[in-house]
Design a protein around this ligand. Structure first.
Ligand SMILES: CC(C)(COP(=O)(O)OP(=O)(O)OC[C@H]1O[C@@H](n2cnc3c(N)ncnc32)[C@H](O)[C@@H]1OP(=O)(O)O)[C@@H](O)C(=O)NCCC(=O)NCCS
Length: 403
């Protein structure tokens, strides 16, 4: 089978739902910025060369609905010949989109394609605008519909992940992100126009625009003491709080994927190959355990060991589930691999979704962009990306750095 090359991988900053920079910025605008930046960063490739744009979205409706893939192809000025589609696998949608493009390329069906993801959690709330669980079936089978916070509490309770462990993990996520922000390590970020409508004294409205170039959920004031005071967010006596959960966030990310022939034809220098992608199903009411199944599955497919990876991104939907998954992989106890003050760390090295946010359908593509930066920075031969998925699944992908 031929190879699929990641040539360029970029993201907008992640910004807080409602309170953040993109609260009044339409999802199409976020996508337009990153797609145009992707094409500018790959000047040998013209828009007419891109066959297809596949975008992940967890709640593909309203402003991010219709068929956002095709809408963006047209809105960004690609010719009519560039197709577009939307894919939904909840939290891995963005990675699914990149992997599907890679599979088409590996099978010889396509040469140049874009995969990515979008979620404005401000504009389309989690659950969508009109959730309609099946009334009869859901009475006996609610698990596939329950809140993600409830599944995080289940993981904490069933597997003894204490509040202290979750807060500590969340704290280090914030500290790693603060360090990365201060040192300009998020090289995959595209400064993105944000808009805000401000009422003037005469009652008319003015549109203010600025370039947003950082993740605005990073909280410099975080202390363990402050985190310990937060009230549980999902259960009266629970342990999952705003400080140890992923933030709800707006953001977009895209990746240009190419065949070997296209890499040669357009004379581009690819970053990495997408070698493997898989998904694994788990119980819906503890969906957060997904990576504990998806990662061993992909390691077996690739005949690799967890120690082979210089960079590992396990999405922090919640600290409880991330800790459980790391425990199952034998990594949680090896604290030097994830602590913020360790120079041996290789897990969520620049912070995870607790600090940077988890814009659902975008997250898989956002993490791909981060993994590409981190692999290049560290010269890591292999990178691993994984996340849990609402409804009870896990996904994982393996990247190999190009020479
Ligand atoms: C947990 C959750 C409900 C909290 O929502 P929220 O109240 O809007 O969260 P915020 O991030 O705005 O934080 C609320 C407050 O907690 C406090 N807080 C949050 N993080 C903190 C930290 N690290 N240290 C101290 N205080 C903190 C702050 O007072 C903050 O308010 P402020 O930013 O206006 O000062 C929400 O983040 C959530 O649902 N997360 C999970 C999303 C999800 O399920 N995703 C899918 C996973 S599969």
């Amino acid at each position: 089978m031929s190879e699929a090359y990641i040539v360029t991988s970029l993201r907008t900053p992640g910004c807080r739902r409602r309170k953040g920079a993109f609260a009044q910025t339409r999802p199409e605008s976020l996508l337009k910025t990153v797609i145009e930046a992707l094409m500018e960063k790959t000047p040998n490739v013209e828009k007419k060369d891109v066959e297809d744009i596949l975008l992940g979205c967890a709640f593909p409706e309203a402003e991010q609905g219709l068929n956002i893939g095709r809408v963006m192809a047209q809105m960004c000025g690609f010719p009519d010949s560039t197709c577009g589609a939307t894919v939904n696998r909840f939290c891995s949608s963005g990675l699914e989109a990149i992997a599907l493009q890679a599979m088409r390329i590996r099978s010889g069906w396509c040469d140049v394609a874009i995969g990515g993801g979008i979620e404005s959690m401000t504009i389309v709330p989690m659950g969508g605008n009109m959730p309609r669980p099946h009334p009869d079936w859901a009475k006996e089978n609610p698990d596939v519909y329950i809140s993600m916070g409830a599944t995080a509490e289940n993981v904490a309770n069933r597997y003894n992940i204490t509040r202290e462990m979750q807060d500590e993990f969340g704290y280090h996520s914030q500290m790693k992100a603060i360090n990365a922000k201060q040192n300009g390590l998020y090289k995959e970020i595209v400064p993105t126009p944000a808009v805000k409508y401000v009422e003037k004294e005469d009652g008319s409205w003015e549109q203010k625009t600025w370039l947003q170039d950082f993740d605005d959920g990073i909280r410099e004031s975080t202390t363990l003491e402050g985190m310990a005071k937060l009230r549980p967010a999902f259960a009266a006596n629970g342990s999952v709080t705003a400080g140890n959960s992923s933030q709800t966030t707006d953001g977009a990310a895209v990746t240009l994927v190419m065949s070997e022939e296209a890499v040669k034809k357009f004379d581009v220098k690819p970053i990495a190959k997408l070698k493997y992608y898989t998904v694994a199903g788990v119980r819906a009411d503890e969906m957060g355990v997904g990576p504990a199944y998806a990662i061993p599955k992909i390691l077996k497919m690739a005949d690799m060991k967890i120690d082979d990876f210089g960079v590992i991104e396990v999405n922090e939907a919640f600290a409880s589930q991330a800790i459980y998954c790391l425990q199952q992989l034998g990594l949680y106890e090896k604290r030097e691999q994830w602590l913020s003050d360790s120079d041996k760390r290789r897990i969520n090295v620049n912070g995870g979704a607790i600090a940077l946010g988890h814009p659902l359908g975008c997250t898989g593509a956002k993490l791909c962009a981060q993994v590409m930066t981190e692999m290049q920075e560290r010269g890591a031969k292999y990178g691993l990306e994984s996340m849990c998925i609402g409804g009870g699944m896990g996904a994982a992908a393996i990247f190999e750095l190009c020479d």
